[in-house]
Design a protein around this ligand. Sequence first.
Ligand SMILES: C[S@@+](CC[C@H](N)C(=O)[O-])C[C@H]1O[C@@H](n2cnc3c(N)ncnc32)[C@H](O)[C@@H]1O
Length: 262
Amino acid sequence: MTERQSPSRRSTVRTSWDPLAEWYDGWSGKDGSLHHRKLAIPTTLELLDPQMNERILDIGAGLGALAPHVAARLAQYVGVDVSVRMVQKARKYHGHVGTFLQGDARHLHRVPGIQSASFEGAVFLLSIQDMNPLADVLRSAAWALRGGGRLIILMIHPCFRVPRQSGWGWQEERALQYRRVDRYLTPLAVPLKEYPGKAQGSSRSFHRPLHEYVNGLADSGFVLDRMKEITSSLAASGAKSKAEARAHQEIPLFLALRARKL
Ligand SMILES: C[S@@+](CC[C@H](N)C(=O)[O-])C[C@H]1O[C@@H](n2cnc3c(N)ncnc32)[C@H](O)[C@@H]1O
């Protein structure tokens, strides 16, 4: 029996968001969170620039919020996710504009419907930090892309946002909001926060320093050709809010990378 067919083996993929699907649906929903709609999806589309009839693979597609945007460019959208529940929900929301497949990003060659060198574009939209090991996932994405194909990675900025090891601080005498980073170079596997009604550690998130992404792309046959650092804006009123808004304009929330397969 293959991993795809066996429910028992499927549930052993520790990074699946099956246990978090209901919670994520409540938070993100069909169209994605505010951050998806205002920042993450527009940046992904800008870097990917999908063309008519191109085939685009969304890896770790979740509820498929990217699908209608890719379809609106008349490109062909395929989403893949290891979580059965996420795939079911994505099909319900966006099955009319794209195809959703259940499968493991580390072994895309085992997913029926995904062939070698058959996509012009591939995307990790807020998903690569929920997958491990990185080398397997990048090698698998390279396998699915044709030569010259674009890979977009959009993630929480790993230099400034380290789960449980970074945060905002306030310096009274300078009326300054600052960002504190306690650890950065050491890779971490962090149980996801406890969500209402969900057990702690239902899935895991992985912090890696930036060089692991850049070197991992190079080792998998990609050339990095674009990078964007994206801030979130806050409406400011009052002294402290202005300092807070300034800090949010200076310290990026997301990092986006575009690489091309050689
Ligand atoms: C934070 S969610 C992001 C979903 C979607 N891209 C979005 O932006 O809303 C991360 C997704 O990655 C999926 N995932 C984790 N490990 C995976 C793997 N090995 N193969 C495929 N999908 C995986 C999870 O099931 C989850 O749906």
